[in-house]
Write a protein that binds this ligand. Structure first.
Ligand code: GLY
Length: 295
């Protein structure tokens, strides 16, 4: 069954931000639904949805992302294909407007699967992507946040508004992906969980998962691979996401979305909110929620 789940970050979000986050994940879910209904696969559906969110300045992804300690935007993104086990990811890129599209190309054409900084820029330019000025990713809100706070070193352990998605298409092909600007005030070169296989993303023949929240605790938990393994043991995707978040809680804060091979979605988090949206072929309804506190 065709199905999609999209997240828009996990953190203790103030109420005034609920609406734009819900609008964003709903719009991304519609785009992914339309791609699947047009007979395009889960990889296309997910990348269409995440490009929309990279372009939406509500979220910490693409344009409008948090600035790092040097006052620049550095982006991480990753995709994993559950059928082939292939993945493609990039870290700390500063000259790409839509890193998720460059990751899709990396997945399709390159034997090298994780490229960082200039290496990813060189690959992207060779593939015909335009390299942009980092200032093109900065918006007034984030410049003010940066200039106003001058974050102390420790404060990069802050919540984030990463976006991600998991989809399954008619062929039972599951894909998981994330794209993010990482944490505010992070040191240059810091890469979080979002692009990392087993941490921020995991997909296999039985399920797929994408995580969000603070990267370092998610990496320590190896969160999305745990969710996958819990699903394989229990055949219950809700139980699997709950167990993953129970493990994450030993280390820190975040959330995870997942789909099983039947298209059943689940979302769980230990932050107060995790905006997310789902659609499946059977109900043909887009449902959006600001969180799932009872998970
Ligand atoms: N989860 C986003 C980050 O820590 O970079």
């Amino acid at each position: 069954m065709k199905s999609i789940i999209i997240h828009g970050g996990a953190w203790n979000m103030p109420e005034k931000l609920d609406k734009p986050h819900l609008r964003g994940v709903e719009a991304a879910c519609k785009v992914a639904r339309d791609a699947l209904l047009d007979g395009r696969g889960s990889l296309e559906a997910i990348t269409d949805a995440l490009v929309l969110l990279e372009e939406d300045t509500t979220f910490d992804a693409g344009v409008g992302s948090f600035l790092n300690a040097a006052g620049d935007v550095e982006l991480d993104a990753g995709i994993m294909d559950g059928t082939t086990g292939d993945y493609a990811c990039c870290g700390a890129v500063s000259k790409l407007r839509n890193p998720i599209l460059a990751c899709k190309r990396l997945l399709e054409v390159s034997p090298n699967k994780l490229l960082v900084c200039e290496g990813m820029h060189i690959f992207a330019r060779e593939q015909g992507f335009t390299l942009i000025d980092n200032d093109d990713l900065k918006i007034e809100r984030e410049i003010e946040r940066y200039e106003g706070t001058k974050l102390p070193v420790a404060s990069y352990f802050s919540p984030s508004d990463t976006v991600g998605a998991v989809a399954i298409d008619d062929g039972g092909h599951i894909v998981a992906a994330n794209t993010t600007g990482g944490t505010p005030g992070k040191p240059s070169g810091r890469v979080g969980d979002s692009p990392l296989v087993g941490c921020g993303i995991y997909a296999g023949p039985h399920a797929g998962a994408a995580a969000t929240g603070l990267g370092e605790p998610i990496i320590k938990t190896v969160l999305t691979k745990r969710v996958y393994d819990y699903y394989c043991e229990s055949n219950d995707i809700s139980r699997a996401t709950s167990a993953g978040i129970r493990d994450l809680a030993h280390h820190g804060w975040g959330g995870v979305i997942a789909l099983d091979k039947h298209g059943t979605p689940s979302a769980c988090h230990n932050t107060t909110k995790m905006p997310h949206a789902t659609w499946d072929e059977k109900s043909d309804k887009i449902e959006k929620k600001i969180g799932n506190p009872r998970c």
